[in-house]
Write a protein that binds this ligand. Structure first.
Ligand code: NAP
Length: 561
């Protein structure tokens, strides 16, 4: 456990969370603006989502050369990733390296959970209460809690009766889990389940995968970097920085300008084959219209389904795994290392929950509607998160009039994903309505943190005590987020966590911004140029209620997905 001696109660700024967002925000506010800043972090170390996601096989789907900060050449040049995709252990090492290099840990209070945040309008100050009852105050409150930090364990009848151990992948024990000789049941086949199954199958006695919705997955083709490539990355800081800031999704590769239906079938298949051989999220970039044209998407979907059928030797399993009901990449597209091949192992079985749903969990395993019982010693929930709004709502935030829970009763509403009407001086890094999960996160995070820092600097230097998003601006932005998603196949999937559909009772609102990072950055910059259009500064409106966004409509080249 990290020691932080916090004796003060009043700060200029409080930041909640010490992942990629919180660390960079602390650095900018403390070291560039000279503000007294405290970060409050639930975990006992830095890492944010990567502090908790330690399940076997946990590895980022973004490529290492782009999954990093780009604000400092020195940090870039003194660090070396070792593989094409960074493993969770290496990401924590990297974030510790950054935190130590910038001497950040002394201003982070670890092992501390926020229980409530209240805004006092008379004093224009935020009060943050932590679980032991202590309170801290600050003029500026910044949420850096991430999008995927509130674990979702479905309420399956009988769960409490299970005699074995249960784990959620997003809250994995630090000391790890030994699966040798154990019968494991895994519920969930999203990006996480697809990573974890192939690793656990190698060591456990038997793995039963309970699949509700079949999923696409592209081979990741992870490799260890050789020294030549590592040197190239170290020596190409400016080029990489410019690249990730110029691509619509913040990844370090370009999306092709080709349309899938504008080439012959033979050419199309050759291009899919080449992209499949390259592997990873780059597959999506082979054509620019996979998320805007149903026909193009169907071609990609059929290609992947045929690959699944080739990989899986048991025809029944192959059928269940390739019976996918949604367009490719309209749900978050996973990438894998031998996921489908894992079902060829003798110690791996597959249960199709679409045909035979779970009836209940019993002391010795899982019982299905058909009466079939699977005996288990361990259940792994790879069942995802109450994404995007969940982590924010868990902070019990109360603004000048309403609680966030009340204000968002019908779904998230905010301005640029950054600020919420009625919640002055609060900023949300990668909040709902920002590109966040549809982009390479560190690149989105840097843009948000820089924007927030500039905004706070503007308020401090202008003598403004209070800044608040205007209601009409939030309404317009929320409508823009919705209509942007509607222009793509993303909105065609009704059962996706992008929409909140994985959480019973959660309002169905398409939450991330699908207009792409480049477009989004332009919009954010234009709002600054226009004197923080859409914000109230010290109660004075900065413009009239009519508002449109100066952006290009989503098209094949600016889609950030
Ligand atoms: P997820 O995509 O929400 O997948 C959850 C899985 O659990 C789905 O297969 C879902 O089935 C299943 N499930 C949920 N409740 C269930 C129930 N009651 N009964 C049976 N099955 C149930 O969650 P995730 O895989 O953790 O991924 C979440 C996100 O985290 C990803 O989309 C990605 O953005 C991020 N992530 C990133 C990486 C990376 O970069 N390497 C790795 C992992 C995760 P349905 O589809 O039928 O609901």
């Amino acid at each position: 456990m990290m020691e932080t001696n916090v004796t003060d109660t009043f700060f200029d700024a409080l930041v909640i969370g010490a992942g990629f967002s919180g660390l960079y925000q602390l650095h900018r506010l403390r070291d560039d603006l000279g503000l007294s800043t405290l970060v409050i972090e639930k975990g006992s170390g830095v890492g944010g989502t990567w502090f908790w996601n330690r399940y076997p096989g946990a590895r980022c789907d973004s490529e290492s050369q782009g999954y990093a900060y780009f604000f400092s050449r020195e940090l870039h040049e003194k660090w070396q990733w070792t593989e094409r995709y960074p493993a969770h252990t290496e990401i924590r090492k990297y974030l510790n390296y950054v935190a130590d290099s910038l001497n950040l840990k002394k201003d982070i209070m670890f092992d501390t959970k926020v229980s409530a945040c209240r805004f006092f309008d008379d004093d224009k100050i935020w009060q943050v209460r932590i679980e032991d009852g202590r309170v801290f105050y600050a003029k500026w409150l910044i949420s850096a809690v991430g999008c995927l930090s509130a674990a979702n364990v479905p309420e399956i009848p009988g769960l409490a009766s299970f005699k074995g151990d249960c784990y959620h992948t997003g809250k994995w024990p630090k000391e790890g889990v030994d699966f040798s000789g154990v019968r494991v049941g895994q519920i969930g086949t999203g990006s996480t389940g697809i990573q974890v199954a192939s690793e656990i199958a190698k060591t456990c006695k038997h793995l039963t995968v309970f699949q509700r919705t079949a999923n696409y997955s592209i081979p990741a083709r992870n490799t260890v970097w050789d020294n030549t490539y590592a040197d190239w990355v170290r020596n190409h800081y400016e080029e990489l920085k410019a690249l990730v800031r110029s691509t619509p999704n913040g990844h370090p590769f370009r999306i092709s300008g080709n349309l899938a239906m504008e080439v012959s079938e033979e050419e199309r298949n050759d291009m899919f084959e080449a992209a499949w051989a390259k592997g990873g999220l780059r597959f999506r970039g082979v054509f620019s219209d996979l998320l805007t044209s149903e026909k193009s998407n169907e071609a990609a979907a059929n290609f992947i389904k045929s690959k699944i059928r080739q990989k899986v030797t048991d025809p029944d399993k192959a059928e269940i795994l390739s019976d996918i009901d949604h367009p490719y990449a309209a749900k978050r597209p996973p990438i894998d290392t031998n996921y489908f091949e894992t079902f060829n192992r003798e110690n791996v079985s597959l249960v199709n929950l679409k045909a035979d749903p779970i009836k209940e969990i019993i002391p010795g395993g899982i019982s299905l509607k058909s009466g079939d019982v699977r005996d288990l010693d361990v259940i792994i929930f790879a069942t995802g998160f109450d994404a995007m709004t969940g982590p924010l709502l868990s902070l019990d935030i109360e603004g000048s009039c309403l609680s966030l829970k009340e204000y968002w009763a019908e779904g998230p509403r905010n301005y640029l994903g950054l600020a919420i009407p009625g919640f002055p001086n609060l900023f949300t890094i990668t909040g709902p309505g920002s590109p966040s999960v549809l982009s390479n996160m560190p690149v989105s995070i840097e843009q948000h943190v820089d924007w927030i820092t500039d905004c706070i600097k503007y308020c401090v230097s202008g003598g403004y005590m209070r800044i608040e998003a205007e209601e009409h601006a939030a309404q317009n932005w929320t409508e823009h987020v919705r209509s942007t998603a509607e222009a793509t196949l993303l909105a065609k999937v009704k059962h996706s966590w992008y929409l909140g559909a994985n959480i019973p009772g959660k309002p169905r609102v398409f939450t991330p911004y699908a207009g792409g990072l480049v477009t989004y950055r332009k919009i954010c910059n234009s709002i600054v140029r226009d004197g923080y259009k859409g914000f109230l500064l010290d109660q004075k409106t900065t413009q009239g209620p009519k508002m449109t966004f100066d952006f290009e409509a989503p098209n094949v080249t600016n889609l950030g997905v």
